[in-house]
Design a protein around this ligand. Sequence first.
Ligand code: URA
Length: 443
Amino acid sequence: MNTYDLIMKKRNGGVLNKDEIAYIVDGFTKGSIPDYQMSALLMAIYFKGMNAEETTNLTMSMADSGDRLDLSAIKGRKVDKHSTGGVGDKTSLIVGPILASLGVPVAKMSGRGLGHTGGTIDKLEAIPGFSTSISEEAFINQVNTVGLSIVGQTANLAPADKKIYALRDVTATVDNISLIAASIMSKKLAAGADAIVLDVKVGTGAFMKDIEGARALAETMVSIGKLAGRDVTAVITDMNEPLGNNIGNMLEVAEAVDCLKGNGEARLMEVSKVLACHMLIKAGKADNEKESLEMVNRVIDDGSAFAKMKEFVSAQGGDATCLDDYSALCKTDYSYTVTGKDLFEATSFDSTIGYLKTCDNQEVGMASLELGGGRRTKEDVIDLAVGIILNKHLGDEISADDTVATLYANDEGKLKAATKRFINAYSVSDKKCDKNPIVYEVI
Ligand code: URA
């Protein structure tokens, strides 16, 4: 086989067979296929696409490029969740303790934030002492004793994806449905769960900007899962504005705590509960949504989900007392309160009352990054305390002196730049605006 011929075949619209895809993935992972040839092939795939069989073969080859986690020592049916990424998405921190407190083992490998999106591992590392890299044995033991462990992805889990993603990131080939589906599903299949609930985000803060794209991605991932013998459901949820009120690592841990205590923002609570309900059904703990919702509400109301969060944090070396009082960990030197007046001025809005109409959510994520809460490159060091607290959401009425949001930083220059970016991300209307649905479809 010859890489040049395979690039040409795809460039001309041909279909790569299983052996050809395996040759490429194996060769690139081991270094015998250079970056420039893989880049050309990725661009050919970007323009010519891959059919369902090619996408599945690509996923399987990537999943087999490293270790597959063996979760057989964990008792019970293992259900994983994965979000395609967004701004303010802290649902794993809410759903994990809920499920564990209901007896569903959660053995989760999560990622770090990159660009405008956050990552669960960074959020957990905002808790003093919390370790996200424990041995595989300790991980499995913790799931058996506590019911929940969340760790960073091990280096040898789908290493092909790490190399391919790094190349896609710098060759403008990220936003292709086959490549995204193969990237996500290869890691999920290698991570070993019996069933997977996917949270496919759609909107201005997501990879998929429209519902058609989100649906196609969801359907592709569900069908790959089925072909691989896994039980997969995808829930398409809104990312046209941040999820919940808080953006930023410790601020998101704090908001997850509020949710587990039953005081969460409505849209965040809804997404978290929908995901938890689907996971409970997949785990065989509930027969239908009504029953699963009663179970979820019960463990929030009686405090057992929050108690499980503390147990999980302690088990991984974290200081669980900071979940009772997180104020010191969210303290920053500078803050700026964005008012309705700021938005009115920026948009030349000529009225005393308006409605939040649109949000360029990617820009809100970038404002949080600008504050120091995210990274542009994998090597950037992040400030875990900084972030944004929203007081208003799309569709809300605002007057000039209303607080829309507060931005927190430890550097005045960063605060200024981020505030400008945040304010410019919104538009205001003089007419009432509908709120977006939070859950669009279940596939
Ligand atoms: N998340 C991933 O893990 N891979 C992609 O390609 C996109 C989002």
